[in-house]
Design a protein around this ligand. Structure first.
Ligand SMILES: [Zn+2]
Length: 142
């Protein structure tokens, strides 16, 4: 092998190393200021969810209220059932948000749980409570 080729190969390796490091230290790395930003996003979303939950709770008539005719009670039941279903998906999201806040505290926020690669900032901005990068999320649904 010529010296020139050896040098080329060496450079190639160096480039690879740099590229790999770049994936972790480049644009995608979440710094302390970013963490604060995502934390605020998460807390705001959680507040928003608990606010809608309080509103919904106020709309649902208290259980055991047997006044009113059957028709009224039937529609009230349907409405209550609908609210319960809304609550369930909200609760799911609140749990995801709480887990993300815990990941911020542990320092593992912004890392895909499946492939351990950084999740893109664009994705974190849109869904800061996500546990998976876009590729893994898509694979999950494929
Ligand atoms: Zn992934």
């Amino acid at each position: 092998m010529s010296a020139a080729r050896r040098k080329l190969l060496h450079m190639g390796v160096e480039c690879d190393v740099k590229r790999k490091r770049l994936r972790f230290s480049g644009e995608n790395i979440v710094n302390a200021a970013d963490l604060q930003h995502y934390r605020r996003l998460l807390l705001a979303k959680r507040d928003e969810l608990s606010a809608t939950r309080d509103e919904a709770a106020a709309l649902v008539p208290p259980a055991g209220d047997s006044e009113g005719d059957l028709m009224d009670r039937a529609s009230a039941d349907t409405e209550a059932e609908l609210q319960v279903r809304v609550h369930q998906s909200d609760a799911h999201l609140v749990r995801a948000i709480d887990e993300s806040l815990a990941r911020i505290r542990r320092g593992t926020f912004g890392v895909c749980e499946s492939c351990q690669q950084p999740i893109s900032k664009a994705r974190l901005e849109a869904v800061p409570w996500t546990r998976l990068c876009r590729e893994c999320k898509e694979r999950q649904h494929a």
